[in-house]
Design a protein around this ligand. Structure first.
Ligand code: FAD
Ligand code: 2HG
Ligand code: ZN
Length: 395
């Protein structure tokens, strides 16, 4: 990470000591901790192999109470942490930038209840999306979201990124379908907003703060989600392809994998009105016409949601190409009054650019919330609103 982003400096956080590891062993047991360098490696690198931290420890709590004890300890010790789900995020948010303690939801994978009358599923945050889909299939229900990373991503990661995916157009975003959640704050306090009611207007809707907060405000431990019944009728489109087996989603779902094979991916995930939806790809091709080593400039995504994935590739990472794309693309999106992050989040890659989509007053409220909920700035530092942090603890 430091090679590609040399200007980023480690915050003034504590460094992990043997005594810390012994404490974690005491509360979790050795089986729920990884310190073996080879094993820890895969938790340090993101799915795209774009960024890599150097954490020396992964903690795998099984319960909310364990997460609470871990976070309280890290906060008191001023150890920075990086919450991680299935590590399929595409904006460098799920891996440490330096030596943050990784807290993985892998072992928090229990389905807690399902009500077949209301379709409400309650589960721990580490349940893999596809496992939940398989569980619901037998009951005649589906998850309200589906995405290409379903075999690995966790529902807690989905909620933390407010993942969109292929069903958003029909069922709405997770702000709509998540009925309740439980999260642990940096200081270990458990915020239990595990509502399973469809209507509840008692005060501020705290769950919405955590949906899409990318691990910067707390660690999500449980989720209650409204699941729709399996549709009785399907509308099929007739597509001119060679065989029936070639229909409904793998080609679309595998675009991301295909681009990864093409080389290094520069990824942009924007919302634009349909009047100007594809214009940005045409403009970018013109803008980059004379830039050496650009391989592919393409756009695809979720047209019904007004969300375009603009992806570019080169054989390997090239700083000149990056500087030609950014901030150009964000300036254009801002001119069109679009969003610079439609569904993947801000993460590590885009946190300099939030101002292109948010006003100063909105940013000020975000900063105040972050200082209130994480005064020592231990939760997923260097990500999301890190560059706005003039009044936040720098660690
Ligand atoms: P991670 O990648 O582990 O983490 C993502 C962020 O959430 C990080 O900031 C992390 O710190 C935080 N986080 C994770 N778990 C918790 C927790 N329990 N508490 C607090 N913070 C937490 N995204 C879409 O929106 N739509 C798509 O269609 C889509 N398709 C994809 C297809 C492929 C092939 C791939 C590789 C990715 C795709 N993504 C898509 C991106 C990614 O899968 C989603 O963002 C997903 O929701 C991330 O879940 P995860 O469990 O892997 O989270
Ligand atoms: C999709 O819609 C995902 O396929 C991934 O959100 C998009 O790789 C991307 O940029
Ligand atoms: Zn998408």
């Amino acid at each position: 990470t430091k090679d590609k982003f040399p200007n980023i400096k480690r915050g003034n956080y504590s460094v992990l000591k043997d005594g810390d590891i012994q404490y974690f062993e005491k509360i979790l047991g050795k089986n729920q901790i990884i310190t073996d360098a080879d094993e820890v490696k895969s938790y340090n690198s993101d799915w795209l192999n774009s960024v890599c931290g150097y954490s020396s420890i992964v903690l795998k709590p099984k319960t909310t109470e364990e997460v609470s004890v871990i976070l309280k300890y890290c906060n008191d010790r001023k150890l920075a942490v990086c919450p991680q789900g299935g590590n399929t995020g595409l904006v460098g948010g799920s891996v440490p930038v330096f030596d943050e303690v990784i807290i993985s939801s892998t072992s928090m994978n229990k389905i807690l209840s399902f009500d077949s009358l209301t379709g409400v599923l309650v589960c721990q945050s580490g349940c893999i999306l596809e496992s939940l889909m398989n569980f619901l299939k037998e009951k005649g229900f589906i998850m309200p979201l589906d995405l290409g990373a379903k075999g690995s991503c966790h529902i807690g990661g989905n909620v933390s990124t407010n993942a969109g995916g292929l069903r958003l157009i029909k069922y709405g975003s997770l702000h709509n379908t998540v009925l309740g959640l439980q999260a642990v704050l940096a200081n270990g306090d458990i915020i239990d907003s595990m509502n399973t009611l469809k209507k509840d207007n008692t005060g501020y809707h705290l769950k919405h703060l955590f949906i899409g907060s990318e691990g910067t405000l707390g660690f999500i431990t449980k989720v209650a989600i409204q699941c729709p019944p399996f549709p009785n009728a399907l509308n099929l489109a007739l597509l001119s392809i060679k065989s029936y087996d070639d229909v409904l989603w793998s080609i679309r779902e595998n675009i991301t994998n295909a681009l990864l094979k093409d080389g290094y991916s520069y990824k942009y995930d924007i919302s634009l009105s349909l009047q100007v939806f594809y214009q940005i790809v045409i403009d970018l091709r013109k803008h980059l016409k004379n830039v050496a080593d650009v391989k592919t400039v393409c756009g695809y995504g979720h047209i019904g949601d007004g969300n375009l994935h603009v992806n570019l590739t080169s054989a390997k990472f090239n700083e000149n190409i990056l500087n030609c794309i950014e901030p150009y693309i964000f300036e254009r999106v801002s001119e069109f009054r679009g969003s610079i992050s439609a569904e993947h989040g801000i993460g590590f890659f885009k946190n300099k650019y939030i101002k292109y989509s948010k006003t100063e007053n909105e940013i000020n409220i975000m900063k105040s919330l972050k200082s209130l909920m994480d005064p020592n700035g231990i939760m997923n530092p260097y990500k999301t609103i890190w560059n706005l942090r003039d009044n936040l603890a720098e660690g």
